[in-house]
Design a protein around this ligand. Sequence first.
Ligand SMILES: [Zn+2]
Length: 69
Amino acid sequence: MSLKKILIKIMDFILLDCKQATFLVTKELEGSLTFWEKIRLKMHLLNCKFCYNFNVQNEKIDGILKATP
Ligand SMILES: [Zn+2]
């Protein structure tokens, strides 16, 4: 396998598509993300405004829910 192919495989593993990222954002609220899922989600949020905003919205909603007794 060439170095380029290995790099593509690694990038594929790290980078999520938006569907996977929004799924992980929702899953994060339940606090059930693994270490690698957290890393992959953070990497995606750095590159994607849409999912970044989705994450911000979700954290706000989560904050409101947690503040409500
Ligand atoms: Zn995205």
